[in-house]
Write a protein that binds this ligand. Structure first.
Ligand SMILES: O=C(CO)[C@H](O)[C@H](O)COP(=O)(O)O
Length: 237
């Protein structure tokens, strides 16, 4: 990742924490941008600028980080509401439709985003696209015993699916839920995200896919203007 991209991520992560108020239950996303947001939240708690925050994490990554920073956590089953969830994304289109799951965390991320009163997405400018899936592959979490079957079913839907392999571990990536991930390319990109999200989730053996449709309230974009980072509140089209 470039230094420029790091600065965009830092700026947007910090800007998002301005929406957090004392007493809130906050959904804590996953990935590098969300991690910067969690760190910024931890710093505000430490300085006493925010109090009485409860976090609901979306991954093991977030759980470890929040524990290190002393952010009190509760599970989805233990809370009545989530006031605000903040998370990153791999691609964002002009209608605020997303591809997520680059970190293989999209099952818990979608649960938290769906539960939240308000879902705010934090991305750097490189994530904005006109059509989803022309660049980033669509992650689909599958039961380990079903990956070949789901791969074939995805192919019948026009998708070329490959099993995500681990780095510095032999074999596949195993999710926080103990499942596998297929990364899928649809030739020409995804033209009907809402339809495809449902269609893929209807396949037996699929836990969840990384299309997030009709769930995002706001997209904050970190960008560089001149040589300074700034944050833009993206307009939905
Ligand atoms: O969906 C995600 C993890 O499953 C992340 O939010 C997404 O991959 C973006 O990550 P980053 O901020 O590191 O680019």
């Amino acid at each position: 990742m470039s230094d420029l991209q790091d600065r965009m991520k830092q700026a947007v992560a910090e800007a998002a924490t301005e929406q957090i108020r004392s007493g809130m239950v906050v959904g804590l996303g996953s990935g590098s941008t969300a991690a910067l947001m969690i760190q910024a939240l931890g710093a505000k708690l430490k300085r006493g600028e925010l109090t009485d925050i409860t976090g609901v994490t979306t991954s093991f990554q977030g759980e470890v980080l929040a524990a290190e920073l002393g952010i009190p956590l509760k599970s989805l089953n233990a809370i009545e509401r989530i006031d605000l969830a903040i998370d990153g994304a791999d691609e964002v289109d002009p209608a605020f439709q997303l591809i997520k799951g680059g970190g293989a965390c999209h099952v818990q991320e979608k649960l938290v985003a769906r539960r939240a009163e308000r879902f705010v997405v934090v991305v750097d400018a490189t994530k904005l696209v006109d059509t989803l899936n022309l660049g980033f592959l669509l992650p689909v979490e599958v039961l380990p015993g079903a990956w070949r079957q789901v791969q074939a079913e995805l192919q019948a839907l026009g998708g070329e699916a490959q099993l995500r392999m681990a780095v510095r571990k032999a074999g596949p990536v195993v999710t926080d839920q103990g499942n596998l991930v297929l990364d899928v390319r649809f030739a020409g990109g995804i033209t009907d995200p809402a339809g495809l999200e449902q269609e893929i989730n209807n396949l037996p053996g699929v836990l969840e896919n990384g299309l997030f449709v009709g769930i995002t309230d706001q997209v904050l974009v970190g960008e560089i203007a001149g040589d300074q980072p700034r944050v833009r509140d993206l307009e939905k089209r």
